[in-house]
Design a protein around this ligand. Structure first.
Ligand SMILES: Cc1cc2nc3c(=O)[nH]c(=O)nc-3n(C[C@H](O)[C@H](O)[C@H](O)COP(=O)(O)O)c2cc1C
Length: 325
């Protein structure tokens, strides 16, 4: 059992390959996730040709869909692409996803989810995990989750990421669905205690060192999304606490390393927007925060050469001297 792990939460529009490169500069240890990919998008677009890069070691691909056979077809391809694990999304509450009959609404169809697992196992030997919620709508009974775990455990899944709140399927947006239903870590802990033999990872609203220290011991690991996105240097604090006391990388060093990567990627035709959008929060909660965002937006909007991002601290420093002299 892989204990004390920290996982970066899958986030559509965020955990793309460029963000993963950025995150790997900050932490060599955090486990990485792709964005959610539907089986159809995987099978019928160039997405199926992506092979995991060496620096992305420990990358899980997250699939979503409602047709067991398609999971098997994806798994056959994924087997040789270098992924660490396949995760199934049984937690997304968006209207579009509900219409497609996948994501959180499948908590009501545990037999079907078990079929996804059987199909994947038939076609691929990678470990499988499920990311799900405590329940649906306003019902705080966790029977639906327990029944999902029981059926899928039988099929061979032994790892579950629990976003510790319900998914509300009718009416509220995915954004509100990550804030409005209350967090219930105690119910997630009940699940862990009921299944000591399973890997249970806690997700949802984790944003301070104290909560991490407490929950990481109670569960087999924790998964964090928004806090790391909004405040990337928080990952350095986590890294120091959990993995590597000597990780003292600075913002400037991060920007320098990332810019070398981005220069190469931009030569392949990737736009400044896709390469730089995830960097906007690097100076979060510092005096330079607003200036850095403006600086990055300017490079994106005016298509300025990316190697200029290494000049930021010098420019800002000069400007401060001008202001104060
Ligand atoms: C912009 C955004 C996109 C997300 N996309 C996904 C996704 O693709 N798959 C998924 O399982 N969860 C997705 N989520 C939910 C997160 O993985 C996570 O469960 C949620 O944000 C709660 O964790 P946090 O409080 O640490 O952010 C997304 C969240 C955000 C903010």
């Amino acid at each position: 059992m892989d204990n004390n792990r920290i996982y970066l939460a899958p986030m559509v529009g965020r955990t793309d390959e460029h963000y993963r490169f950025f995150i790997r500069i900050l932490s060599k240890n955090i486990s990485l996730y792709t964005e959610m990919i539907t089986c159809d998008a995987f099978l019928f677009t160039e997405r199926k040709n992506y092979c995991v890069k060496p620096h992305e070691n420990n990358l899980t691909i997250q699939l979503a869909g409602s047709e067991p056979k398609k999971y098997g077809e994806c798994a056959k391809i994924i087997q040789d692409q270098g992924y660490h694990e396949i995760n199934i999304n049984i937690g997304c509450p968006s209207n579009k996803v509900v219409k497609g009959k996948f994501g959180a609404c499948l908590m009501k169809s545990p037999n079907m989810v078990a079929d996804f697992i059987y199909e994947i196992k038939e076609n691929c030997s990678l470990p499988i995990s499920i990311k799900t919620r405590l329940g649906l709508d306003y019902d705080e009974n966790i029977d639906l989750l327990l029944s999902l775990i029981n059926k899928t455990k039988e099929a061979g899944c032994n790892k579950y990421f629990i976003h510790a709140r319900n998914a509300i399927l009718n009416g509220i947006s995915p954004k509100k669905n990550r804030r409005i239903p209350v967090l219930r870590y105690s119910d997630a802990l009940r699940v862990k205690n009921l299944y000591p033999e399973l890997e249970i990872i806690l997700n949802g609203g984790i944003e301070d060192a104290q909560t991490i220290k407490k929950t990481i011991k109670q569960f087999n690991g924790i998964m964090i999304g928004r806090k790391i996105y909004d405040d990337p240097m928080f990952l350095i604090d986590i890294e120091k606490d959990i993995y590597d006391k000597n990780n003292n990388i600075t913002r400037k060093e991060i920007a320098e390393t990332y810019s070398l990567y981005a220069i190469q990627e931009s030569k392949k035709g990737i736009s400044n927007y896709f390469l730089l959008r995830h960097l906007c929060h690097l100076y979060y909660n510092t005096v330079s925060s607003k200036k850095w965002k403006k600086f990055i937006h300017n490079i994106i909007q005016n298509n300025i050469e990316i190697n200029k991002i290494t000049e930021f601290e010098e420019l800002f420093y000069e400007e401060k001297i001008k202001t104060y002299s």
